[in-house]
Design a protein around this ligand. Structure first.
Ligand SMILES: [Zn+2]
Length: 184
């Protein structure tokens, strides 16, 4: 029986399939398609991992987070921020944050993201000393002045607690605010 040519799913060339299930013209095309597929899976996993790290109702986003939420390439966003076309706040050296509402104003609503499977956790923070940084520790850790730390704490309504002479803020909230690998 005469076999019928198929079109390779990778390169689009016609080929004579070795078996009825063949979809690629060659090993090369088969390998290439496999690589593309694996890259896609990896990207999806990375996207999900990043999405899981963004707490609900977070008002300020790092550039990678904003890029993911609005489906815009990180490089493009950095350029737009750099050109001042997207207003941003700089929380300190290389800590660019973009207001979620600003992004929505420019790009429309954020994309629905794959969320963690578990039910949404209640936002709990502990003000126990071991779960907190002192303001001095924050300043040192994130290389910003204590004055800036106080400003951000006020601006983003981060809870604090005074113990003795020192003011403490929950590590979780502080890490959320300052962490983000958006190094320009
Ligand atoms: Zn091919």
């Amino acid at each position: 029986m005469k076999r019928i040519n198929k079109q390779c799913l990778n390169c689009g060339e016609e080929f004579l399939p070795k078996t009825v299930t063949s979809v690629y013209c060659s090993h090369i095309c088969s390998k290439k398609a496999y690589k593309v597929k694996m890259k896609g899976l990896k990207n999806e996993a990375e996207l999900k991992a990043l999405a899981d790290k963004i707490p609900e109702n977070r008002a300020f986003l790092s550039v990678p987070e904003a890029g993911m939420l609005f489906g815009i390439a990180k490089r493009t966003l950095y350029r737009l921020v750099g050109q001042g076309k997207i207003p941003s706040v700089n929380l300190g050296t290389r800590l660019v944050r973009i207001d979620l509402r600003v992004m929505e104003g420019i790009f429309g609503p954020a994309r629905a993201l794959p969320q963690a499977q578990s039910a949404p956790k209640k936002k709990l923070y502990s003000l126990e000393k071991e779960d907190c940084y002192s303001i001095g520790e924050i300043a040192q850790r994130f290389q910003i002045s204590e004055g800036s730390v106080y400003n951000h704490i006020r601006k983003y309504s981060i809870p604090t607690r005074q113990i003795g002479k020192h003011v403490y803020a929950p590590k979780m909230e502080i890490d959320n605010l300052y962490n983000g690998n958006d190094f320009i």
